[in-house]
Write a protein that binds this ligand. Sequence first.
Ligand SMILES: NC(=O)c1ccc[n+]([C@@H]2O[C@H](COP(=O)([O-])OP(=O)(O)OC[C@H]3O[C@@H](n4cnc5c(N)ncnc54)[C@H](O)[C@@H]3O)[C@@H](O)[C@H]2O)c1
Length: 446
Amino acid sequence: MKVTVIGTGYVGLVTGACLSEMGNHVVCLDVDARKIEILNTGGIPIHEPGLQELVQRNASAGRLEFTTDIARAVAHGTLQFIAVGTPPDEDGSADLQYVTAAARNIGRLMTDHKVIVDKSTVPVGTADRVRAAVAEELAKRGVELAFSVASNPEFLKEGAAVEDFLKPDRIIIGTEDERATLLLRALYSPFVRNHDRLLVMDIRSAEFSKYAANAMLATRISFMNELSRLAEAVGADIEQVRVGIGSDPRIGTHFLYPGAGYGGSCFPKDVKALARSSAEAGLPSKMMAAVEAVNEEQKLVLVKKIVAQYGEDLHGKTFAVWGLAFKPNTDDMREAPSRVVIAELVRRGARVQAYDPVAAAEAKRVLALDLGPDALSAVHFAPSAPAALAGADALVIVTEWKEFRTPDFDVLAATLADKRVFDGRNLYDPALVRGFGLAYHSIGRR
Ligand SMILES: NC(=O)c1ccc[n+]([C@@H]2O[C@H](COP(=O)([O-])OP(=O)(O)OC[C@H]3O[C@@H](n4cnc5c(N)ncnc54)[C@H](O)[C@@H]3O)[C@@H](O)[C@H]2O)c1
């Protein structure tokens, strides 16, 4: 099939690469000429396990192309996937300007039947707006062309995006149109061969499902984070509680980890957008407000523990910070808790020696914006986890990369001046760490 993917970011690039892997001819469009240049010269603009090989293989085979040429992209695909960003607007609602712009481009340039598929996370009713935008552009041109609009929200997880796309838990398709349903079923059939995980539903329910899923996941995290504070206060161990409740199949073990707060490009904005949609419908969501408030507080939990230990003034203190990306296996720094932790430490006069296996370059870019050039001089980027420890008073762990899971505790104890570890991800057994003479502060444990 001929497929165009509009927006070549975390979702668009993975979608384009995985669809081309199944033999489709895919053209990926982006307005960001730098990204397209990187892709056209054999590079890759993001870190995502397995993606580079997939992109290179399919690009060499001529099945995967990258362009900034809108006319070419619109002309190419019968299926036009919209995978552009939907960042939060000032009032928390999803900003649909990029989605609408993409739709207008299609309407402005299409010359045959198109199936336009919203893959971006968009509020209920967006398909109608896309349809209206395309129809308006066609009317301006005075042409009558048939087209369909479908919703196909994406459920991939950054850090495992290729794997998730190739072996999806489910594929949701919202259509009200036989032709779109047939085409999308055919497109996705190679991904659901061993058992049909393709769910076809009405468009509004498909759009809603994505927000419902992310809101549920964010709720589980905030729930555990709130309980972790109570566990500390009453002398319980949240890790034991987690195992205790997770064994109930109605609860399940997944996504019950307390930590330093959720971040990323999805949960924060999707929780806000759902809250906004609820308010607009006259049904203000108490739960989404609480989920967000708990998370904002949780991003400060490590800083609170540090301040409880050292006081508000952190001049003269140096903290090694392990893990900057919002989660492991990605270089995505959007809403990463590390940004809050580092800003708060630097604001109190501390020096930071930061290390992340892949996100350092992106971290430098966003921290320069967060902190400004003066404050940024208090942050040094170390080339390895052990290098970040040299000369530090204490270690702060923000992201649970695998390489942090079994450090050499003798080295930690010998290197950290205060022999102190603040662990925002509960990576270690407290008794084990203390056995090495280290003070260990983790989340929700005595
Ligand atoms: N990142 C994730 O893990 C994830 C998972 C599921 C769903 N989503 C949703 O998918 C959407 C995209 O997310 P992302 O993380 O890939 O965003 P991203 O910021 O990585 O990529 C979006 C891309 O769209 C491009 N773009 C913007 N306007 C354009 C236009 N008119 N024409 C062509 N390209 C244009 C941007 O330059 C950018 O490269 C969002 O709605 C997001 O909520 C993201």
